[in-house]
Design a protein around this ligand. Structure first.
Ligand code: ADP
Ligand code: MG
Length: 240
């Protein structure tokens, strides 16, 4: 589904991504873990072309994506992204938030987009909130709206950047449950998370990043139970 080869990215003198290689197959769930500042968000943002890589390849469904040859907005439609802060439109209702992009960007008829929006809101457990404004929702509910909104564009892959980090602890579970459901349905997902339990249980593979490099990648249970690299062992001993 997505392949990254020798990806490099710097901000000025700061070399943030160093020869990153990554491959995610269709239907696969991959968690990305690592200390703050290790480059996880930058990697996701390069995959969604919110950041422009310095060099290396990003290959999406067999197609090498370059700013020069591709319409990035079109590519981006296939890559859903959910952020730590939900970024909902505050003066649109929940349903309007979800239906907006399909109507504006994909030119889907309003009635159809709203029907689909309702279906997605039902799916994330917000069937009673269509006409509520985001300000009236809990953080967990807002994040589930954000997930429904990303799904409304019918992405081929979903990227999550610490989707539960801004939530009160008691609201984390409902969002993880929604993501787990999505994983079960076969959505291809890359999830940056500090929720090690989720990574271990739900992700097919987990990748440990340190200082802009992928240090170790493996079957999630193996990586957590029996990390091979010293750096991974040190990191896990601190967070588990
Ligand atoms: P993580 O998500 O793993 O915490 P990030 O990818 O956000 O790490 O950041 C990696 C490094 O890049 C950090 O040192 C951060 O300060 C720096 N960085 C991220 N985005 C920018 C930016 N837009 N401009 C300058 N430095 C940045
Ligand atoms: Mg980050």
């Amino acid at each position: 589904m997505i392949r990254v080869e020798k990806l490099n990215k710097s901000f000025g003198d700061l070399h943030v991504l160093k020869d990153v290689d990554l491959e995610v197959n269709e239907n696969e769930v991959v968690c990305l873990i690592g200390a703050s500042g290790s480059g996880k968000s930058t990697l996701l943002r390069c995959l969604n072309f919110l950041e422009v890589k310095d060099n290396g390849k990003v290959i999406f469904a067999g197609d090498q994506i370059e700013l020069k040859t591709h319409n990035i907005n079109q590519v981006r439609q296939k890559v859903g992204m959910v952020f730590q802060h939900f970024n909902l439109f505050p003066h649109k209702t929940v349903l309007q938030n979800v239906a907006e992009a399909p109507i504006m960007v994909k030119k889907i008829e309003r009635k159809k987009a709203e029907e689909e929006g309702k279906r997605l809101l039902d799916k994330v457990g917000l069937g009673d909130k269509y006409h509520v404004y985001p300000g009236k929702l809990s953080g967990g509910q807002k994040q589930r709206v954000a997930i429904a909104r990303a799904l409304a564009m019918k992405p081929e892959i979903m990227l999550f950047d610490e989707p539960t980090s801004a939530l009160d602890p008691e609201l984390v579970g409902e969002v993880l449950e929604t993501m787990k459901q999505l994983a079960k349905e076969g959505m291809t997902m890359i999830v940056v998370t500090h929720e090690m339990g989720f990574a271990r249980e739900v992700a097919d593979r987990t990748i440990y990043m340190h200082d802009g490099r992928i240090v170790e990648t493996g079957n999630s249970k193996e990586l957590f139970d029996n990390p091979k690299e010293k750096r991974t062992q040190e990191f896990l001993s601190k967070v588990l």
